[in-house]
Design a protein around this ligand. Structure first.
Ligand SMILES: Nc1ncnc2c1ncn2[C@@H]1O[C@H](COP(=O)(O)OP(=O)(O)O)[C@@H](O)[C@H]1O
Ligand SMILES: C=C(OP(=O)(O)O)C(=O)O
Ligand SMILES: [K+]
Ligand SMILES: [Mg+2]
Length: 628
């Protein structure tokens, strides 16, 4: 691999920052030049093995278009000019693999005598601290007050599945990647999961993986492989339960996956595709075929969802009897377990029982806690049992796409707010999903209304926002993510500056005494943090419980969550305001704190004088301290 170093073209970077380019990094990789050590540290490539460093030596401007290139080793006496004017002689060629390559904070030392380049890898088990490269860069550049609190999820599809596309999303702030088992083969999903794991291992990210089940609501077939089909006003289409077994269905014929469809539907019913993107009226039933007249023309997409409405209500008779987790879903869940996904999102949850069932299935495999179950609130049934469902789940998703097809559209915003508030009360992470930036599937800029919708979810302090088609199959996945990121940052900052953090009265949720102590410590720590205006709250957490209590309080400052578990670190990535670090710590808080301060100071992530509050689930205390 080749890395080209050049002074950072961005004025916002510190003088010691250089940008490294290479064919393996399609975009910029930040490298920190450490002038006193004549070394650089790549922020992204924690797992670089063989490196040939190519220097672009520039006179004094960072903007030279065609800088000269010197290959290390081939030309003795090359120098790297840092932006603060120092010249460093270099003439070594390559770097061998180094032990502990998984460690973050690998340092490439470029010896001043020009004879060697060597990696100095941090000792992972005892002295290293792992945080993702984007967060680290953000902390260094902007200080921790301005780190993003709202987490971002991208659905991965054909527009985002390649390694370099996933990497671009990770560096653009993707905290969780979602794979939707409605689409694609298991092999396809396996490849995506492996690419994300590779990204995490090689580049130091902690992108969590969420697998979303298909569920067994009614949907259309796959249009015989066509990407879409257009239905025009007045056209008669046939919806049928006949199977076409690999052959293409005739023109204007759509397969429906639900056996009971022809029996349940009645002449005069309204058939809604994708929550109303296209609408038909049922005109006639002939055996397995239902003839329908198009009354709202539009584009039909493969496997689009179908709902049918009668007298202003969605009809749920037999489809309510379909199992929430179908036999295909169970196979997908087994696949998710074997691929060690972090979250399983269950579509069309109707009651708490199905979540309990899945959780006991996971528990029997000793996976409870390490795979978290997210209940998707997207059916009118789920609203009737909302609190019960959320109580037994590890989190919830406001899945507005299907929800908007099952309840009146104008009810969706208030239902969203209620679910977000309820999840916060019950200390469960909540995701706002679907159509946040729908127009960006086709256009490079969002509509004003979409930005307002995103901002509203951020104001509600949802834990996470999710992209669907925008990142899965749209033309501008990275731009859409960047809109989410910048809009979140802007609204969060505005809310802090205008002190609009309305204090929701949180009721006590802990059941055991021990838990109650933790909850109270976190409530008090968050409150103290706000009134003392501390720079950050540090939490040392083995299972993430203390960290989630803190996140629930939505404090003004960010929360640094230190955990020895890589799995917990990924899970915490879904929670509002948490910056998860992987760190091995002991029961001795004094030494944990000193070590953390030293490690963070060395990496420029905190500075002496920063005021922090520290809590842990070992000491059950609150400490307020200035970083020495
Ligand atoms: N794994 C995949 N393979 C192919 N296409 C996908 C995949 N995931 C998502 N898509 C495309 O992106 C669109 C939006 O994704 P999503 O919202 O997750 O699905 P849906 O539209 O079925 O609810 C899908 O309709 C589909 O066209
Ligand atoms: C997120 C949703 O589910 P899916 O994309 O799987 O239909 C939704 O319906 O909003
Ligand atoms: K799904
Ligand atoms: Mg849905």
């Amino acid at each position: 691999m080749q890395v080209i170093l050049q002074p950072c073209p961005s004025r916002s970077c510190r003088p010691c920052l250089v940008h490294a380019h290479s064919h393996r990094f399609p975009r910029h990789d930040l490298a920190f030049f450490l002038p006193n050590k004549y070394s650089f540290r790549s922020l992204r490539s924690n797992n670089v093995r063989k490196v040939t460093v190519v220097l672009r030596i520039e006179k004094d401007s960072a903007k030279t278009d065609a800088p000269s290139e010197n290959k290390l080793g081939s030309e003795n006496g090359s120098t790297l000019k840092t932006m603060n004017g120092r010249s460093v002689p270099l003439d070594s060629a390559s770097v061998d693999s180094f032990p502990g390559s998984k460690s973050a904070g690998a340092v490439v030392n470029v010896a001043q005598n020009g004879t060697s380049i060597q990696y100095v890898a941090d000792n992972r088990s005892t002295t290293s601290i792992e945080v993702d490269a984007v967060t680290e860069a953000e902390l260094k550049e902007n200080g921790f007050r301005s780190t993003r609190r709202t987490k971002l999820i991208c659905t991965i599809g054909p527009a985002s599945c390649e390694f370099h596309q996933l990497e671009a999303l990770a560096s653009g702030g993707m905290n969780v990647a979602r794979i939707n088992m409605c689409h694609g083969t298991r092999e396809w999903h396996r490849e995506v999961i492996r690419n994300i794991r590779k990204l995490n291992e090689e580049r130091g990210y902690a992108v969590a993986i969420m697998m979303d089940t298909e569920g067994s609501e009614i949907h259309m077939g796959d249009l015989g492989g066509a990407p879409s089909a257009r239905a025009e006003d007045g056209e008669i289409w046939t919806f049928t339960v006949r199977s076409f077994e690999g052959s293409n269905p005739p023109d204007r014929t759509i397969h429906v996956n639900y056996e009971g469809f022809t029996e349940d539907v009645r002449v005069g019913d309204e058939l809604m595709v994708d929550g109303g993107m296209v609408r038909f009226e049922v005109t006639e039933k002939i055996g397995p075929d239902v003839m329908c007249k198009c009354i709202d023309p539009g584009l039909l997409l493969p496997r689009a969802n179908l709902t049918f409405w009668r007298d202003g209500h969605v009809v749920r008779e037999r489809n309510a009897m379909l199992p929430t987790i179908s036999s295909k879903d169970w196979l997908d869940i087994d696949f998710g377990i074997s691929e060690k996904v972090d979250f399983i999102a269950i579509s069309f949850v109707k009651s708490a029982d199905v979540i309990k069932h899945l959780k006991s299935y996971l528990a029997a495999r000793s996976l409870e806690g390490s795979i978290q179950v997210i209940a998707k609130i997207e059916s009118s049934d789920s609203l009737k049992h909302l609190e019960d469902i959320i109580r037994v789940s590890d989190g919830a998703m406001v899945a507005r796409g299907d929800l908007g097809a099952q309840i009146l559209l104008e009810q969706v915003p208030s239902v969203q707010q209620e679910i977000v508030n309820l999840c916060r009360q019950l200390n469960k992470p909540v995701i706002v999903a679907s159509q946040l930036l729908e127009s960006m599937i086709e256009y490079p800029t969002p509509t004003r209304a979409e930005v307002s919708d995103v901002s509203e979810a951020v104001k509600q302090q949802a834990d996470a926002l999710m992209l669907s088609g925008e990142s899965a199959m749209g033309l501008y996945p990275e731009k859409a993510l960047s809109v989410l990121r910048t809009a979140s940052l802007r609204i969060e900052k505005w809310k802090r500056q205008s002190k609009r953090f309305q204090d929701m009265q949180l009721f006590q949720i802990s059941e055991s005494n021990m838990e109650r102590i933790s909850e109270e410590i976190c409530n008090s720590a968050a409150q103290m943090g706000n009134s003392l205006e501390v720079d950050a709250i540090f939490v040392y957490t083995r299972h993430g419980d203390m960290a989630s209590f803190l996140s629930r309080c939505r404090p003004v400052c960010p929360i640094f969550a230190f955990t020895p578990s890589a799995n917990v670190r990924r899970l915490l990535n879904l929670r509002w305001g948490l910056i998860p670090f992987r760190l091995d710590f002991t029961d001795d808080m004094e030494s944990n704190l000193n070590r953390t301060f030293a490690l963070l100071k060395a990496r420029g992530m905190v500075k002496p004088g920063d005021l922090v509050i520290a809590v842990s689930d070992m000491l059950q205390s609150i400490q307020v301290m200035k970083i020495p």
